[in-house]
Write a protein that binds this ligand. Sequence first.
Ligand code: 5RP
Length: 327
Amino acid sequence: MHLCYSVRSSPIRAPCARTFYSDAMLSQQELKQQAADAALQFVDEVAAPDVVIGVGTGSTADLFIDGLAAYQGRIRGAVASSERSAARLASHGIEVFDLNDVAWMPIYVDGADEIDDHLHMIKGGGGALTREKIVASVAEKFICIADESKLVEHMGTFPLPIEVIPMAREAVARIVRLLGGTPNLRAGFTTDNGNVILDVKGMRITEPQGLEKVLNDIPGVVTNGLFALRGADVALLATQSGVRRLDKPRHAWPSLARPRRCGAPARRLDDGIDSRDQPLQRRPRLCRVDPAEGQVGGDAFVQPCRLGPQAAGAAQRIARRGNIPAT
Ligand code: 5RP
């Protein structure tokens, strides 16, 4: 067992492959294994015969899936965020559920390509971003597992993946260029949903939540790889000296997993529904744009968030084209 330490929460213990006092540097693969093993502690906490958990995609998620083999019979099964993960789960005898048959999961465990200390992430290096976002949205707690190289001060060095309906590829790419990004079609790759991926370099990500919304509002975009509106709740980052746990800053984003009354003051939405009567996951339209202030947001549940100048300009242009109603 390896003592893990925490920055914003109590220390945790997690099983690790190596001892604490080994002189040899751990390889990236060994670090991924440590992070994956540490996440099994969360499975221990929720394991019950009727519990289904969410499982991500990628090399770190693969190691977590391998660890789940020991939980056969202790959990009911899992929902996978990709065909690849579904096949791996099944190979270990873990029953794979269709998300349509699962209303709620206690945890979703997945890797990341970049994560900042707000636990916002870039994901989608493996091309499974859309299903990852969907499965994560039904989970109470998002647990990100990664080696420490994924922790960054500012996201954006890793090209931001955007899943796009094939016929919209060039139309989306033009708008992404207006936003300051350089999109590249991921060659020879089709997502599990039959779409293409644009990997976008050079994007300044100063306001991840605002940019996530702006990108998702471009017609033809299925989703983008920013996980900022709903980031991770816990990050388990393997370092040479143990697994470091980071917890989501308090009140950073609401959990979408459970219906909940909105605490926002009463306010009429466009469709005339009182916001207090809406459970959180039944969100109204994504956002409105205030061109004067460059703000995106403003519905009853999403706090307005300021965009950097580039995103604000792009949001204004999208608004002028009528894709988002400007207020
Ligand atoms: C797949 C993902 C992965 O979680 C991300 O790419 C990290 O992968 P890995 O664990 O192999 O480093 O988002 O779409």
